[in-house]
Design a protein around this ligand. Structure first.
Ligand code: PLP
Length: 291
């Protein structure tokens, strides 16, 4: 039996040096009650998986971190510093087959010019059941058009902000409807993403996913899967998808950094076929990544 480790590094984002990592005790409060992360959810984050000490898709997560910072007009994060924080935590978690680290970067204490940052890591939950048996999903209207990124960039669609209250509310709504998870739909009828995952469907020998231009977070897990899909005899497509496309698909997954590939086993209460073989292949590949 392994003892979970909880690790926290407080990052001083005002300077770029790795010596600006301060180890902190996660049992003790670290965040000011005046930090806008706490009072307004005004900041960004990334959550990465760590397999036996290897942070997975680290470059892609750091790039997305920088992208989210730009979208929120935060000072550009010093990526070498954040990389060092992730690697320091990953190193300590190297005995664990699956762990994770979250990095967070906020606008800082109200009225002060310095951002706040921290990295936190621990052992992952056991996702074997979701990966094997799949998740039941409901389709929920997000209430935004699929061109929201272009028309209303201030809504920050597709940024990984600390304001995840809406995503969590959607998951509670799914539970009220007897389901495990959600696929958001735009008000003009396009499938978007899950509250913490990217939608991937298989249609024959093609894997398809909706485009980021629909106002969704560009998923790192989906990109890694699509990069190797040809080795599994599959083509890939980034295309707009509707609920009818999902119902007509051969299989579907919600993919994400920690849970990896969770097959969809029902949509709005209607049973959906699970592609067990491809699910296993995907999850073995995702778990084995060393970068
Ligand atoms: N979409 C949203 C809204 C998410 O929060 C996440 C991950 O948390 C994803 C998609 C999947 O992204 P990734 O595969 O990089 O974990």
């Amino acid at each position: 039996m392994t003892v979970p480790q909880h690790l926290l590094l407080v990052v001083d984002p005002s300077a770029g040096s790795v010596s600006n990592l301060v180890e902190a005790d996660v049992q003790h409060p670290q965040l000011s009650v005046l930090d806008v992360a706490a009072t307004r959810g005004d900041g960004i984050f990334e959550t990465l998986s760590i397999g036996l000490g290897h942070p997975q898709a680290l470059d892609a997560h750091l790039e997305r971190f920088a992208r989210s910072a730009r979208m929120l007009d935060l000072p550009a994060p010093e990526l070498a510093l954040w990389r060092a924080a992730v690697l320091a935590i990953a190193h300590r978690l190297a005995d664990h087959a699956e762990a994770w680290v979250k990095i967070a970067y906020t606008r800082g204490v109200e009225g002060q010019p310095l951002p706040t940052g921290w990295a936190y890591g621990t052992v992952s939950p056991d996702f074997r059941r979701e990966r094997a048996e799949g998740v039941s999903v409901v389709l929920l209207d997000r209430g935004l058009r699929s061109d929201v990124s272009a028309t209303s960039p201030w809504l920050l669609a597709g940024a990984k902000t600390l304001s995840y209250a809406v995503n969590r509310a959607a998951l509670r709504e799914a539970q009220r409807r007897g389901a495990d998870d959600v696929i958001f739909v735009s008000s003009d009828g396009l499938l978007l993403e899950g509250p913490t995952s990217t939608l991937v469907v298989r249609r024959g020998d093609e894997l398809a996913t909706p485009p980021d231009s629909c106002g969704i977070l560009p998923g790192t897990t989906q990109v890694d899967l699509f990069a190797v899909a040809d080795q599994w005899g599959l083509n890939t497509a980034v295309v707009q998808l509707t609920a009818d496309d999902l119902c007509g698909a051969d299989a579907a997954w919600l993919v994400s950094s920690l849970r990896h590939a969770a097959p969809v086993r029902s949509v709005d209460g209607v049973a959906f076929a699970i592609d067990t073989e491809l699910s296993t292949t995907m999850n073995e590949f995702l778990r084995a990544r060393q970068s």
